[in-house]
Design a protein around this ligand. Structure first.
Ligand SMILES: Cc1cc2nc3c(=O)[nH]c(=O)nc-3n(C[C@H](O)[C@H](O)[C@H](O)COP(=O)(O)OP(=O)(O)OC[C@H]3O[C@@H](n4cnc5c(N)ncnc54)[C@H](O)[C@@H]3O)c2cc1C
Ligand code: SF4
Length: 326
């Protein structure tokens, strides 16, 4: 591990000042950051410990919910308000990592976790995300875990988070504080596509702190489900996952939410699939039509074309479970 300065700030203002130009990193639960510092994939000049900051609230915000950035994943997944109003978020969190990791991992850190592309973690090979302009070892490498949606010629890495797939489906808003201002960033604008600059992964400015996320009121609590397909039941990231919600009245779907994980470079909303469900009767036929509409212009590589069919089947399964879960 490269040497760094440890900073324990008194408050958010001091944390943001210490993070400065972005050469420092915020430390939340450390389950991503410390791993990557040990590998020297991340080499911050300073580590700014967020644990003294009062960012652990889970509280009503109007008809919605506000969750502090330092709230542990396990605390969110078991909170009564989350279970009652946003069970989709609890399902997704409980599908991630292990109980021990969830006890450490925070909401802010989960939003900002880095890709699990194996080439990103291997200093001996080229990676545009780790060393901009060096090339992408994955494109002609082993691509079974990589993305088929939102890719570029510079990077095909997936966004690994389960939680973020549910937050995409639930239209979360990410609240931040920087040196000069506070911002509310719609979830769809928070994570960026790799394009020519895969080293840029989100809309945060250098030193900007995520303070909390907000969830709007949701009509999907009665019919919501997260399904994750992976190689084994723990410590495995999604090959494909789907977070879905249905709002059904008088036998017809009034609104639907479908977001995908494991197949795209950022948490992926399947807007066409959602539209395909509106006005339809819930059931296998309409679910299969929606799944067929979900994967638009995929770019499979040598080892990951199976994800096209897998993602569609995952959507159908999630919709069936959500509809049957009343
Ligand atoms: C063995 C293992 C298995 C895992 N399996 C899964 C899985 O199946 N599914 C899944 O989704 N995840 C999985 N994870 C990843 C895990 O969810 C993340 O490591 C965790 O959510 C990161 O949270 P943290 O609080 O530990 O973040 P940290 O490691 O402390 O920080 C991560 C990044 O976020 C930044 N950051 C943290 N908080 C803030 C903030 N408030 N504002 C701005 N920047 C901030 C840090 O600077 C750092 O760059 C796994 C991790 C491990 C170690
Ligand atoms: S896919 Fe992205 S993260 Fe993986 S090697 Fe290529 S540039 Fe790096």
């Amino acid at each position: 591990m490269k040497p760094f300065t440890y900073v324990r700030p008194a408050d958010a203002r001091a944390a943001i000042a210490a993070a400065g130009d972005g050469s420092a990193s915020f430390l939340a639960g450390g389950t991503t950051l410390v791993d990557l510092m040990r590998l020297e994939v991340m080499t911050p000049s300073a580590v700014v410990d967020l644990s003294p900051l009062p960012l652990t609230q889970i509280e009503r915000a109007g008809d919605g919910l506000r969750i502090g950035a330092m709230t542990r994943n396990s605390a969110v997944a078991t909170h009564p308000l989350v279970l009652e109003r946003y069970p989709l978020l609890a399902h997704a969190l409980l599908a991630g990592a292990s109980q021990q990791v969830r006890n450490m991992a925070t909401v802010g850190g989960n939003l900002l976790q880095r890709t699990r592309c194996p080439y990103f973690r291997d200093l001996a090979v080229a990676c545009n995300k780790r060393a901009p302009g060096s090339g992408c070892s994955a494109i002609d490498g082993f691509t079974r875990s990589h993305a088929i949606l939102g890719t570029s010629e510079a990077c095909i890495a997936t966004h690994p988070s389960d939680m973020c797939v549910a937050l995409a489906a639930l239209d979360a808003v990410v609240h931040t504080r920087g040196a000069g201002r506070e911002r509310a960033i719609p979830f769809a604008e928070f994570h960026t596509l790799p394009g020519d600059h895969p080293e840029v992964e989100n809309a945060l400015e250098p030193g900007e702190l995520v303070t909390h996320i907000e969830l709007p009121a949701s009509p999907f609590a009665a019919h919501a489900r997260y399904v994750k397909v992976r190689d084994r039941a723990a410590f495995a990231f999604a090959l494909a996952s789907a977070a879905v919600g249905l709002d059904v009245a008088d036998g017809k779907i009034r609104a639907a939410r479908i977001a995908l994980g494991g197949v795209a470079t950022r948490p992926w909303r399947a807007a066409e699939a959602e539209q395909a469900l509106v006005g339809q009767a819930p059931g296998r036929a309409s679910f299969e039509r929606a799944a067929a509409a979900a994967i638009v212009d995929p770019k499979p590589r040598r080892d990951n074309a199976f994800k096209i069919a897998l993602a569609k089947r995952t959507i159908v399964r999630a919709l069936e479970l959500a509809w049957g879960a009343a």
